[in-house]
Design a protein around this ligand. Structure first.
Ligand code: SAH
Length: 324
């Protein structure tokens, strides 16, 4: 046993109060701290007495190789990433380098990934509650991903009505990706869909700009910005971006908070899987074709057919689920 260790430390968006306790501990434990210059600066106060290896932006594999060398020599190495190390960060490339070098979890070097608040969490928190329904992230960086792959994903999630966070939206050299992302989104979403551009969240030059989908690409967007695009229900009120969780589908939000007719607290919606399936069967029995049902629900015909043919299950009544 070398006793060496690699810790992949997500340090959060960029100030101490948003770094986890374990991330601070990991840096304190480390003999060697490796990271991009900017992040090394962010944790400067924690580095006394440690070997510090500052690397440039494009030397990611180098950083991982370095870390492995030191760990094999018995050192504890902290590789620091902004946000979460596993979100467009060092965790992936490090495991790839380790596997390449014949490392397995049983061998001499221990590896720990320490989670951090990713840019999406930080930016969302600053602008209200934009992620309270299904969301996803897409990086617009075509440095390692072919553009058609990125464009297909943009098109798919725009159509599927996800709230989307765009990472790496624009740089000095990559200026058209955000324009094309906007064009792809406008094919599926309203021009007035709320958008917010958050730059340097929780850092000194933090800047927040609310806009709409049709004006998004005119904003001041850079390497340190994340762009949040709302779904078709997202709204902005009093300078806060909010995506409804769906309570209004079920309950009266003004008045006494009672459930709407046909809905029950703790049970799936009447348009949940069970209720929807029942209605689908009725509509089909009354003559609506599979093709027509597929079109009305924007679902594949073979899926509709599968649902119609599935055995009817007893709706076993189980304990109420929490809606939180
Ligand atoms: N591992 C990081 C992401 C690295 S990719 C994380 O989990 O957050 C770099 C991209 O992250 C930037 O281009 C930007 O889109 C986003 N980002 C990172 N820090 C940010 C911050 N403080 N404010 C806004 N966006 C940020």
């Amino acid at each position: 046993m070398s006793g060496g260790k690699i810790m992949l430390v997500g340090i959060g968006p960029g100030n101490y109060s948003h770094m986890t306790h374990r991330a601070c501990e990991a840096i304190a434990e480390a003999d060697v701290v490796v990271g991009y210059v900017t992040y090394i600066k962010l944790v400067a106060d924690l580095l006394e007495g440690k070997e510090v290896i500052r690397k440039g932006m494009t030397e990611e594999l180098d950083r991982a190789v370095h870390a492995l060398e030191r760990a094999r020599a018995g050192k504890k190495v902290a590789l620091i990433s902004s946000g979460d190390a596993g979100v467009y960060g060092m965790a992936g490339p490090t495991y790839e380098v380790l596997f390449q070098a014949g490392w397995t979890p049983e061998t001499d070097v221990e590896v720990e990934v320490i989670p951090g608040a990713s840019a999406i969490n930080a930016c969302a928190a600053l602008v209200g509650a934009p992620l309270t329904h299904d969301f996803c992230s897409i990086s617009l960086s075509d440095l390692l991903t072919p553009w058609p792959v990125i464009a297909r994903r943009l098109d798919a999630v725009a159509a599927a009505d996800f709230v989307v966070a765009l990472y790496n939206p624009k740089s000095g050299r990559r200026t058209q990706q955000i324009v094309q992302a906007q064009q792809l989104f406008l094919r599926h979403r309203r021009p007035d869909t709320p958008v917010v551009v958050v730059k340097s969240a929780y850092r000194r030059r933090q800047n927040i700009e609310f806009t709409t989908l049709d004006k998004m690409s005119e904003c001041d967007i850079g390497m340190l910005s994340t762009v949040l695009i709302g779904n078709s229900h997202t709204f902005v009120r009093h300078g806060l971006m909010v995506t409804p969780r769906g309570y209004a589908n079920k309950y009266a939000l003004d008045g006494d908070g009672s459930a709407h007719a046909g809905e029950k607290r703790g049970r799936s919606l009447s348009t949940g899987l069970l209720g929807w399936t029942e209605n689908l069967r009725i509509d089909h029995a009354e003559g609506e074709s599979i093709a027509a049902l597929a079109q009305r629900h924007s679902l594949p015909a073979d899926y509709i057919e599968m649902v119609l043919n599935a055995p009817i299950e007893d709706a076993a009544v189980t304990a109420d689920e929490s809606e939180e």
